[in-house]
Design a protein around this ligand. Structure first.
Ligand SMILES: *Cc1c(COP(=O)(O)O)cnc(C)c1O
Length: 381
């Protein structure tokens, strides 16, 4: 019904028709585990048990499918639960996956510590480099896992080229679109087969709920993920689906403000004497700037930088900010600061995915930008 409408119209209306019973404009929280049947098998609304389906969750799933330009969406209890269902739903023992050499730490841990025990093989490659990804593929490669921009280095992968490569070699492409959000980047239109999100981040946007999602545009993939969504059971509950849907309505306006503020923060840091390097795809000197410009609407709200004075100085900056809250996670309305090496990415220490010790990651929120700039100015000393 909202097929031809713009992004924010769909964010507010797709999957969210007023409740037929009462006219409530917001999909109710259907806090129910089961549904009365009119005679055995006589389902009123297609629902029989809330692990298999729940109307609040359906509203969120339809909305996310629309925003990503897919046909089916699946809402999970967390981003990692969505990743697990994709892996176990679409791959089997002996299959090989190419993953980014700077993937989200939890994604790496899922491959390295869980999936390998289950017979899956993986290689970590720099996904900014299509030739390096090709070199990492072998006869068993069934999937190329892309994250772009990456966490925490904000590297950019060329989704279209990697999808071409993967498809030529008979592999499918999964894109973790958490950092960009569907407002800035729609991987399915660029050739990806599956989009995965930690909706905990920009999609939910208010740091009040943990969730995940998968979206596909292909019926066969949809059937496999639908089966594992139910069979593994890590589904989003109705309260969580409600909160996420409430957040998603403002995704477009929030992302524009995140981008406005992040651009100002990146420029400020680029001119600061204590900063060795700023990682922000919106800066002309970022190696992925042109590819980001081609596949993203804007450059996002995440900015990382390396401190000239090394690891301890980076750690100290994180402890000194006041408006930027020291904490893990990202994508909420409030600005966050963290030290990836000791916090979000501690689990990749000593691996190919280890991050530099002098690196600081910012999730630039939607506060007044002047307050953010003066906070950083003070904390950098
Ligand atoms: C947070 C995050 C995840 C994991 O999502 P959870 O909701 O924490 O399980 C996956 N990918 C990226 C890029 C993330 O930032």
């Amino acid at each position: 019904m909202h097929e031809g409408h713009g992004f924010s119209t769909r964010a507010i209306h797709a999957g969210q028709e007023p409740d037929p019973l009462t006219g409530a404009v917001v999909p109710p929280i259907y806090a129910t585990s089961t549904y009365k049947q009119d005679g055995v098998g006589g389902l009123r609304g297609g629902y029989e048990y809330s692990r298999s389906g729940n109307p609040t969750r359906t509203a969120l799933e339809a909305c996310l499918a629309s925003l990503e330009g897919g046909t089916r969406g699946f809402a999970f209890a967390s981003g990692l639960a969505a990743e697990d269902a994709i892996l176990r739903g679409l791959l089997g023992p002996g299959d090989h996956v190419v993953i980014p050499n700077d993937a989200y730490g939890g994604t790496f841990r899922l491959f390295d510590k869980v999936a390998t025990r289950w017979g899956l093989k993986y290689s970590a490659a720099p996904i900014t480099d299509v030739a390096a990804v090709e070199a990492a593929m072998n006869a068993d490669t069934k999937m190329v896992w892309i994250e772009t921009p990456t966490n925490p280095l904000l590297n950019i992968a060329d989704i279209e080229h990697l999808a071409d490569l993967a498809h030529r070699r008979g592999a499918i492409v999964v894109v973790d679109n958490t950092f960009a959000s569907p407002y800035l980047q729609q991987p399915l239109a660029l050739g990806a087969d599956v989009v995965v999100h930690s909706t905990t981040k920009y999609v939910g946007g208010h740091s009040d709920v943990v969730g995940g999602a998968a979206v596909v545009g292909d019926d066969e993939l949809a059937e496999k993920i639908a089966f594992h969504h139910n069979a593994l059971g890590a589904v989003a509950g109705p309260f969580d689906a409600f909160l996420t849907l409430r957040g998603v309505k403002t995704l477009g306006v929030r992302m524009d403000r995140h981008c406005d503020n992040a651009e100002r923060v990146a420029e400020f840091l680029a001119g600061h004497p204590k900063i060795a390097e700023v990682r922000y795809p919106g800066l002309a000197e970022h190696p992925g700037h042109d590819v980001a410009g081609k596949q993203m609407k804007r450059y996002g709200g995440m900015v990382s930088f390396r401190h000239k004075d090394g690891e301890q100085a980076a750690v100290d900056v994180c402890a000194r900010t006041e408006v930027f809250t020291l904490g893990e996670s990202l994508g909420g309305v409030e600005s966050l600061i963290e030290h990836p090496g000791r916090m979000t990415h501690a689990s990749v220490a000593g691996s190919a995915l280890e991050v530099p010790g002098d690196l600081v990651r910012l999730s630039v929120g939607i506060e007044d930008v002047d307050d953010l700039l003066s906070d950083l100015r003070r904390a950098l000393g």
